[in-house]
Design a protein around this ligand. Structure first.
Ligand SMILES: C[S@@+](CC[C@H](N)C(=O)[O-])C[C@H]1O[C@@H](n2cnc3c(N)ncnc32)[C@H](O)[C@@H]1O
Length: 280
């Protein structure tokens, strides 16, 4: 049994196993041996807040099953890296191909449903909303709704607020900045806020992808990017199957740059780089 004795808190193999088992059962996230230092680093603040002196004591707290403590654990362990228009080609395809095709279809109702699954701090659903507003303006009478969900309550609160530091929007064009953000004044200098026209399109909800979902769908498009990379293959298979069930028969699924459905499910066909269409 190895103990990281020189550290502030003893952290044994048993402690690590206890934490990764709980995390996996609750979120689907697999924490390999290589993530041990990351787990230690992400949780030390919580141990200090709880005035505990070892990970063993922390595991005892977790094992009482207190849902608030489990929520703190999940919030600390999830990786929430995101940015506006991350993987820009997805938004180009949305703006130049998928939405115009939907817009110009004479047979479809003027209704669009998009799900950003694993939305983190909100940059992804707001980017989707910017494209929708640009391609399907209100005046054309479109009923557009974007559902944005995440398991992490802390990032969701940030997403819902829609307030970001100016550095987070540095890469956006001046036209985007002017149209979609208002600049903070006084105490809020250095911050920007997304305009209400974007927020009105989005409903934010806490949702665990590996539990049951309250929505019935169908969705036209699901974004689930840089989320399943943390899950094992069986969990990915099950999740993609459920996405297919909830999509329109010809709906689209966008995944992250290092994710693939190859040898995981045959319910989608590959259309382009990390863009899939439901085929069965
Ligand atoms: C790296 S972020 C990706 C954000 C965004 N989709 C993007 O690509 O920029 C992954 C997000 O997935 C969320 N997540 C992880 N496991 C989840 C689960 N079981 N249910 C819902 N969300 C989960 C995390 O909280 C995190 O915010």
């Amino acid at each position: 049994m190895s103990v990281y004795a020189e550290r502030e808190f003893p952290f044994t193999d048993t402690d690590f196993d206890c934490i990764r088992t709980l995390v996996n059962q609750h979120t689907g996230i697999v924490l390999s041996d290589a993530k041990r230092d990351l787990v230690y680093g992400r949780l030390t603040k919580r141990l200090r807040q709880l005035r505990l002196n070892s990970f063993q004591a922390y595991c005892q707290v977790l094992q009482t099953g207190d849902p608030r403590e489990l929520e703190q654990l999940v919030n600390a362990i999830t990786t929430n890296l995101t940015m506006f228009f991350r993987e820009a080609h997805h938004f180009d395809v949305l703006a130049t191909t998928l939405l115009p095709a939907l817009r110009d279809s004479a047979t479809r109702p003027r209704r669009l449903r998009i799900w950003s699954a694993g939305c983190s701090t909100g940059e992804e659903p707001y980017s989707i909303a910017m494209v929708c507003q640009a391609v399907l303006p209100d005046a054309e009478g479109w009923d557009v709704k974007i559902l944005a969900t995440d398991i992490d309550s802390q990032v969701l609160a940030t997403a819902q607020r829609g307030v970001y530091s100016a550095e987070r929007v540095q890469g956006l064009s001046p036209a985007h900045l002017q149209r979609w953000f208002s600049k903070g004044q006084g105490a809020n200098i250095g911050m920007v806020r997304v305009v209400p026209a974007l927020q009105e399109l989005i409903t934010f909800r806490q949702l665990n992808l590996i539990r049951s979902w309250p929505m019935r769908g169908p969705f036209d498009i699901i974004f689930c990017r840089n989320v399943v990379i943390y899950f094992d293959k069986a969990t990915q298979h099950h999740l993609f199957d459920r996405f297919a069930d909830l999509l329109d028969p010809h709906g689209y699924l966008f995944v992250g740059h290092s994710e693939s459905l190859f040898q995981i499910t045959d319910r989608f066909e590959l259309l382009g780089k990390t863009i899939y269409r439901r085929c069965r």
